[in-house]
Design a protein around this ligand. Sequence first.
Ligand code: ATP
Length: 452
Amino acid sequence: MKRSQQQTSSLNILVVDDETNIRKTLSYCLAVEGHTVIAVSNLVDAIDEVRRRSFDMAFVDLKLRQENGMDLIPVLAAESPWTKTVIITAHGSIESAVEAIRHGAADYIQKPFTPDQVRLLTQRIIRIRELENEITVLKEDMQRSNPETSFQSKNVGMRRVIETAKKAAASEAIVLLRGESGTGKSAFARAIHQWSARTAKPMAVVACPSVPADLLESELFGHVKGAFTGAVRDYPGRIAVCEGGTLFLDEIADMALPVQAKLLRFIQDREYERLGEATPRRADVRIIAATNADLDKRVAEGRFREDLFYRLNVISLTLPPLRERPEDILPLAEKFLAHFCRANHKSIFGFTDEVAAALKGYRWPGNVRELRNTIERAVILGSGEQIGKVDLPENIAPAAGAPAIGDRVPLSVIEELHIRRILADTSSLQEAADVLGMDQATLWRRRKAYGI
Ligand SMILES: Nc1ncnc2c1ncn2[C@@H]1O[C@H](COP(=O)(O)OP(=O)(O)OP(=O)(O)O)[C@@H](O)[C@H]1O
């Protein structure tokens, strides 16, 4: 997907100055530019605000009557490391401004200042935040090394999902993405964020099964030092980190009930507390959730809160499995082929007829993920001008010589093959997990490891 043009965003700004005039002028200049401003006159109020809200930027006067504005810098660094601090200094006290920058301040501004100087400074900070966000997205893209998501489909059902996702992106509504594993729920969540007005702000991803149940609460809502064994320093949590942006909760059905209760409260009131702290905090975060489990069944079984389910189920999009949109298999395979040829400096021009038929005829239990990984593997192994049958895994295009029990191969080869076959032969992940004698979380980890 093409990254949308980053738009100038509005910032949440804290102003700390003991002079009423400066507070008023600065607040006015910033508000005119569309920023949200909270202005306070002393450190106690400043620390209180910092603990309750998330700020992108803070203007801090160094001389606050008896107090030293410099003392706020370590508090900001601990509470919200992403906040950019700008020091306000009196004329002729550059040394202290330099000292503040050495302690972590982003910049300084000298009194008296003009609205233009304030505007330039905030624009510079906006640009830094945008670049930081872009770096995060690029880092993730590099780690995943994923081809661009394709939002073209020949399938009517899929086209409807794409159109609804685009409409939903423009709203603030919670979106629930449903569908089998590998159908593209995470890819859609990212796209919805990028199509939305929140695109310039961060998107945080929390895959519920990947975080141990007892740590999920602190991962989302943060904790203070000493809240539990191992909490050696304050942690702001993912909700605070994506202030103004989007929180993507992957595999939400696996969320433990106590965390569900806390999430429900956050959705209803926009309020939460860090673990080990009573101060309520507010955050402006849009939620997208995804699940491949049957949430209605989980609700009926008492494993998922009904009230949370209704809150999440505002706009529900069900991504069809790949086998139900066979017309998309070859176009997607060709896209992946082009991508992985570029990434691996190979020149392979398409698939043999036999391979095209095998790709179309296969059930794809791992959906688009499995197709992507199959093509990546084929490109790496392939040496001809076209992808041939020998380049496909044995379960997709059976060939002589597939590993069998007792062969001198690592156990993981047999395990992968067995899991692939069972997935292809069962109609749900729960059924596959039951047959394999493992729980769903273990199967989830194995599938991620083998790229199924
Ligand atoms: N429409 C698409 N175009 C290109 N690639 C896609 C598309 N849909 C999914 N993919 C790719 O398939 C893989 C799996 O997609 P994704 O992780 O979004 O699936 P998922 O439904 O979230 O899976 P899970 O439930 O296991 O988390 C990713 O590598 C993704 O880039």
